[in-house]
Design a protein around this ligand. Structure first.
Ligand code: ZN
Length: 153
């Protein structure tokens, strides 16, 4: 099962990266900048360039149009009806407003991880590999993001 997912991901990888890059570009064009307090939250979880971060509040997190890609994202537990946040580079989708400090800190920790990785492709390479092998919940990048959640500054 898991190795099957891995081989599917390997072949879907470039399409996932293209989708993520296009969504990030859209969020950076149309999203909201972080206010001073939100920037402080971002900085506190390690974001280097909080002024670049944008947030798009959406009714639902967009899924890839490609059916195979969409199904892979859903079956990996990455994107589903219960997903409330998704970070793509410096772009963050959230489904709720106002955005809680806990959700903001979690997603901003992913921004930090993207910054560390250096690109969307590099981050997703590790992230998808982790999810396909140990699952969404136990993926080290998710464990790290949960460990950096804060309730308030
Ligand atoms: Zn997360």
């Amino acid at each position: 099962m898991r190795s099957d997912l891995l081989s599917r991901l390997a072949s879907l990888g470039p399409a996932v990266v293209r989708w993520a890059e296009a969504r990030e570009a859209e969020i950076l064009r149309n999203g909201l900048a972080l206010d001073a307090k939100m920037q402080a939250v971002a900085r506190s979880v390690g974001v280097r360039e909080p002024e670049r971060v944008r947030i798009a509040v959406v009714a639902r997190i967009p899924l890839p149009e490609d059916p195979e890609l969409r199904q892979a994202a859903v079956s990996l537990g990455m994107l589903g009806p219960e997903t409330i946040g998704l970070t793509l580079g410096h772009g963050i989708y959230v489904r709720k407003r106002p955005v809680s400090t806990r959700l903001l800190s979690h997603e901003c920790r992913h921004v930090h991880q993207y910054e560390q990785a250096g690109s969307i492709a590099a981050f997703l390479g590790s992230y998808l590999q982790q999810i396909a092998t140990v699952g969404y919940r136990d993926a080290p990048l998710e464990v790290d993001a949960r460990a950096h959640e804060i309730e308030r500054l």
